[in-house]
Write a protein that binds this ligand. Structure first.
Ligand SMILES: Cc1ncc(C[n+]2csc(CCOP(=O)(O)OP(=O)(O)O)c2C)c(N)n1
Ligand SMILES: [Mg+2]
Length: 858
């Protein structure tokens, strides 16, 4: 537009703007910031009433630091020593990857990510991120996974890792110890609080850790001040929907205890994050629109004098219009070329930039390498009240690694360097090693008592200890006696589903003295589907605001009761969030020293295949608790069709090594499994978690009688023997029907039919094909008989497995059965029909079982 208006108008217009700014300044002087905001809001409202919308303008601020020089606090650290420490950490981090590369084994590793993140990490660790003390629960530091060499390198200086360990980066099986590639709590339980190598999970998990801390606080369970969650994220990573899709939760829940630090090096793995745009501005708008505090750190201090000269905003305008692809280009061009492209024949800008030589221009820093700017931003973030904060930091990928790497599209994958590059970088970082050592990427080990090492230790001491760190000091609790569940072990004459049995068990546990407070029911908008609405009034739905309205069903027996100390986590339709809550609750034993027992109840099909990666991460994080797959079974969930009917989640669950998976048929089986789960996870503190499927079909439940608990837990036991008379007189081999879950009802009916027809038929209840298989694999390694072989030793005949699951599950064990083996299951997609029609269709109805048995036994 400015092209089309003449010079005179331009002058007048500038004067007009300046007059408005002066007036605003006067309001600020006479009244204050609040009044300036009010005035602007009134002006905006007026503009809106005239049909002039200002949305873009209000979400984005100019492309410069949020904190002006005038509000920048003085730096409390020692620049010289911090730089020295940072340089040593940078060198050793790079050396770890180079040494791994030099083995010639193609082990990989990343140098460029940490090179861009080193300064922000050091400022955060020297001044902000606190560890656990007597009255402080401790912050949680969740890093960008690919920056792990930097964290290891620091932990080495801190004396937390040995030189052999950092020398064996990515070689965990070495005799002298080695380190995993990324933050894996399972592999380094004393160091990593949470796994973050799968992009996107760090964001959502950090938000829900923070929310869970508030939940514990509001329920009065936390004794200490809870601490903050610091999540370091990549700018490319911000494209993950799990991250962006859950940031609104953080502002809605007023999570001032979560801080996102986004390393905006403008690149991801292949190339620029937003070549044609500006990732920082895009994220600013997204986060501000979601109600976060946004703090941008874009320019280093060397720019401050230039800003002071930029009274007409010419430089600012240029900063605003240049896109990231061009900024990336500047990082690989000479000072002269940068200048020419930057000023673009604009005399005023040329004059401002003339204060820097080409050399200075080339070296001028981005905000992410300026401690003072970073300190100011983190201070603001750490003191936020009532809102989450995101700090968007402009950096340079591969910073300090020389021309071959800095800002290059190949930077992410760079794993080695020439001898010259190694020497050059070592010299630049002031590493006092010989050239030979630099070429070999030897580690530099400073004297323990050197000034910098003393400084490093004393800064951490002031902050309570080292970080990142993971704890494991939770008290053990006694599991409830199985007697608590006698209503379920004694049999139930009324026709009810296993889902309802489970809900009643939860309700009972909630009322228990010690254990009750630790139960955390989690539901993603499915409580009514599972008949859990009765728990609303008993336990309350957690809401940090309490309930500021009268629920529409206030007078009923199960009103929608929200409460500040509510115990149920109602997640809305957000499986990713619900899983993150499960992880937060299931790892509370580590972060909050509280043995929280999550029961996350979901549509079983929206578990493993929807959020399988998060369940895998739960395994890594050594999460405890119960995943409950409701509405299970391809045919038991009738009518719902392809995307709802789950006949395969047990197969997906089978691959998680420490997951105990069960598919109980009766209330007593469920009771035994849940009781044992609590005993193993919370009394014995074992590193396992549970997946249990429950169904919505109603039937009666027999009493446990003489069934041995351990057989239920091992995965299979004989539920009913064939009638002796029949067996004695029958010429051929008997039939053995293997049933599980709801389909056990079809098996029971089929057995009656078959016996009526004179065929002796045994029934076995299989509570877990997966655990039987696991035991079989272990038995081979241990050179013993498997449990399945033991219980089948004296059997013979025709074994027919029938389940609401795909046949892959029983087929994995087919070779262990002493006789013929066939499996009836629900392979294929679900479809909309009645239960009866579905069971006929898939061939798992009582009728289908009878005809299969007759066909086999001839
Ligand atoms: C879910 C997932 N997808 C892909 C990857 C592979 N990956 C690892 S790092 C990376 C690029 C990261 O870019 P960015 O987030 O910008 O971090 P930077 O290294 O630039 O700091 C990719 C694609 C992964 N680890 N996880
Ligand atoms: Mg990046």
């Amino acid at each position: 537009m400015s092209d089309s208006i003449d010079k005179k108008f331009e002058e007048e217009w500038k004067t007009e703007i300046n007059e408005w700014i002066e007036s605003l300044e006067a309001v600020k002087e006479s009244y204050g910031n609040k009044e300036v905001k009010e005035l602007l809001r009134s002006l905006q409202n007026f503009a809106l009433s005239q049909g002039i919308t200002l949305t873009e303008a209000t979400l984005n601020t100019p492309y410069r630091n949020t904190i002006p020089l005038s509000e920048q606090p003085s730096y409390p650290g020692n620049h010289a020593l911090e730089e020295k420490i940072e340089n040593i950490i940078r060198w050793n981090a790079m050396a770890m990857v180079l040494q791994a590369y030099d083995t010639g084994e193609g082990l990989g590793g990343h140098i460029a990510t940490y090179a861009s993140a080193a300064t922000m990490t050091e400022v955060a660790l020297n001044h902000f991120i606190k560890s656990r003390t007597e009255d402080y629960q401790g912050d949680m530091m969740n890093i960008q996974a690919h920056a792990s060499p930097g964290i290891y390198s620091r932990a080495f200086l801190e004396g937390r890792l040995t030189i052999d360990e950092i020398g064996n980066f990515r070689r965990e099986l070495q005799d002298t110890g080695g380190l995993p590639s990324y933050p894996h709590p399972r592999r380094r339980p004393e160091l990593w609080p949470s796994p973050s190598a799968s992009m996107g999970l760090n964001g959502v998990n950090s938000i829900y850790y923070a929310r869970f801390a508030k939940y514990l606080e509001n329920r009065g369970l936390l004794k200490k001040s809870p601490g903050k969650i610091w999540a370091f994220l990549g700018d490319g990573e911000m494209d993950e929907p799990e991250t962006i899709g859950t940031i609104n939760i953080a502002s809605r829940e007023k999570l001032d205890n979560v801080i996102f630090v986004v390393n905006c090096n403008l690149q991801r793995l292949d190339g620029p994050v937003r070549g044609n745009g500006k990732i920082i501005q895009e994220l600013e708008a997204v986060f501000r629109g979601s109600g976060w505090n946004v703090v941008k750190v874009i320019w280093g201090s060397e720019w401050d004098p230039l800003f002071a000269l930029d009274t007409n905003d010419v430089m600012q305008r240029r900063m605003d219009e240049v896109v990231d692809g061009e900024y990336q280009n500047y990082s690989v061009s000479s000072g002269a070329d940068q200048r020419a492209h930057w000023i673009q024949d604009n005399n005023e800008l040329e004059s401002i930039m003339s204060h820097l030589s080409d050399e200075e221009l080339k070296d001028i820093k981005r905000g992410g390498f300026d401690r003072k700017k970073l300190y100011a931003a983190f201070e603001k973030a750490a003191n936020s009240k009532g809102k989450p904060t995101v700090v968007l930091i402009k950096t340079l990928k591969g910073y300090g690694l020389g021309e071959g790497s800095e800002g290059r599209n190949i930077a992410h994958q760079k794993k080695t360097m020439s001898d010259e590059e190694r020497i050059e970088i070592g010299d630049r970082l002031g590493i006092p090693l010989s050239d030979e050592d630099k070429k070999a990427a030897a580690f530099y080990v400073p004297d323990k008592e050197s000034e910098e090492m003393q400084y490093l230790r004393s800064q951490r001491k002031q902050l309570g200890g080292y970080q990142p760190i993971r704890f494991d000091s939770c008290k053990s609790i006694k599991a409830p006696d199985i007697g608590l569940f006698e209503d379920f072990t004694n049999g139930i004459d009324r026709s009810i589903s296993t889902t309802l049995v489970l809900v009643r068990m939860i309700s009972k546990m909630l009322r228990e003295d010690e254990i009750g407070q630790y139960i955390v029911p989690i539901v993603p908008d499915e409580a009514r589907t599972f008949g859990m609405d009765g728990l609303f009034s008993q336990a309350g739905i957690y809401s940090h605001d309490g309930q500021n309205y009268q629920p529409v069903d206030a007078g009923t027996i199960s009103p929608y009761k929200e409460a500040k100390d509510g115990q149920i986590l109602q997640e809305g339709i957000c499986e990713a969030g619900a899983m993150a809550s499960f992880m937060a609750a299931g790892t509370a034993y580590s972060h909050y020293e509280l043995p929280m027992i999550p029961f996350y109840i979901f549509y079983s099909i929206f578990g493993f295949q929807r959020v399988g990666d998060m369940i895998w991460a739960c395994g890594d994080a050594m999460t405890r608790g119960f995943l409950i797959g409701g509405t299970a079974g391809r045919t038991t969930l009738n009518g719902e069709g392809v995307q709802h009917q789950d006949g395969h989640s047990h197969v997906l669950a089978s691959v998680v090594p420490n997951l105990m998976t069960y598919d109980p048929a009766f209330s007593y089986e469920l009771a035994v499994i849940v009781q044992e789960g609590i005993r193993r996870m919370y009394q014995e503190q074992e590193d396992v978690f549970y997946y249990i499927t429950v169904y919505n079909e109603n039937y009666t439940h027999p009493p446990i009688k003489d069934v041995k608990k351990e057989n239920i837990l091992n995965g299979m036991y004989c539920f009913k023997r064939a009638s002796k008379d029949l067996a004695k007189n029958f010429k051929g081999d008997p039939i053995h029907l293997l049933g599980s879950g709801s389909i056990m009802q079809q098996v029971i009916q089929a057995q009656e039919e078959l016996e009526k027809e004179g065929i002796p038929t045994n029934i076995w209840s299989v509570t877990s094909y997966n655990l039987l298989h696991k035991d079989y694999r272990e038995s081979i390694e241990e050179g013993r008989e498997s449990y399945l072989e033991t219980i089948l030793k004296n059997e013979k005949g025709h074994f027919i497995s029938v389940s609401d699951w795909v046949t892959l599950l029983p087929d994995s064990l087919a070779h262990l059965f002493p006789g013929t083996f066939s499996a009836l299951g629900t392979d294929g997609f679900g479809l909309s029909e009645t239960r009866e029609a579905l069971r006929d269709h898939f061939g798992i109805s009582a009728k289908s079982i009878v005809s299969k048995a007759k066909e086999i036994s001839g």
